[in-house]
Design a protein around this ligand. Structure first.
Ligand SMILES: [Zn+2]
Length: 245
């Protein structure tokens, strides 16, 4: 799996026992290098649980293979040690490095769930790999922007109540709470969302200059917590520099 360090630079590390949930998203290379979002996301949250909860089982497809390395690809077809201790993905009948395939029924994006279990189960972790969306489907509108600091993920909820990753451009991930590139990108994205009344969430903000209230807010510690912001709250934030609860 390719990994490009960004500002969210936690990576999958089987040696760190507390690090038991990782979500990874990347835009397929075949969609153009300008849009290769690479994002390293961590830990479980109510939002990651909502997203994982809607995933559907599926057979491996070429897009699933694009999420894993060539070495790993054969394991897409091997069962988990829990189902077959003799599986090629099993280690000594108890450890496991299986890969299970799913898809997101709302976006049809492929998802690979990676199991890492040491023999005797001292370390047991699951990692989810998927691709970032590039936009909302035609006609859908962002209703809420979600800062999920529990998982280190920015989400959106659309006018149908559906949860999606906030579209992101490669190497230009979002963040909040300090003065830096990630918070700057996030401020520009909020500017774009407000200007389009939630219709435009495409990740390119190179032509967008964020209002200074937005830059001040995203680079301030006050923004550094999990919260949901409605379109109305985003408008107020842009105008006044504060986001009323
Ligand atoms: Zn397994």
């Amino acid at each position: 799996m390719t990994y490009q360090p960004g500002e969210l630079n936690l990576t999958y590390d089987p040696q760190r026992g507390w690090f038991n949930f990782v979500l990874y998203s990347e835009t397929p290379k075949l969609w153009g290098s300008a849009l290769n979002a690479t994002q390293q996301l961590r830990n479980s949250s109510r939002y990651t649980q909502e997203w994982i909860g809607r995933l559907q089982d599926t057979e491996p497809t070429p897009l699933h293979m694009a999420l894993v390395s060539n070495n790993e690809a054969p394991r897409l077809w091997s069962p988990c040690v829990f189902d077959d201790p003799e599986s090629p993905s099993a280690i000594a009948g108890d450890g496991c490095v299986c890969l299970t395939t799913f898809y997101d029924p709302l976006t049809w994006m492929p998802v690979v769930k990676q199991h890492y279990r040491t023999v005797s189960g001292n370390i047991e972790e699951w990692t989810y790999w998927t691709f970032s969306p590039l936009s909302l489907p035609e006609g859908q509108v962002l209703e809420r922007l979600i800062i999920d600091q529990d998982a280190g993920v920015m989400w959106l909820r659309n006018d149908r109540g559906e949860l999606h990753f906030l579209p992101e451009k490669t190497g230009e991930g979002y963040n909040v709470g300090y003065g830096g590139g990630g918070p700057g990108k996030f401020a520009a994205m909020i500017e774009k969302i407000v200007a389009s009344d939630g219709h435009d969430v495409t990740p390119d903000t190179s032509q967008v200059t964020a209002n200074r209230h937005l830059n001040d807010w995203t680079s301030s510690p006050v923004s550094n917590r999990t919260r949901e912001l409605s379109l109305a709250q985003l408008r107020t934030l842009r105008t006044t520099g504060t986001a009323p609860a």
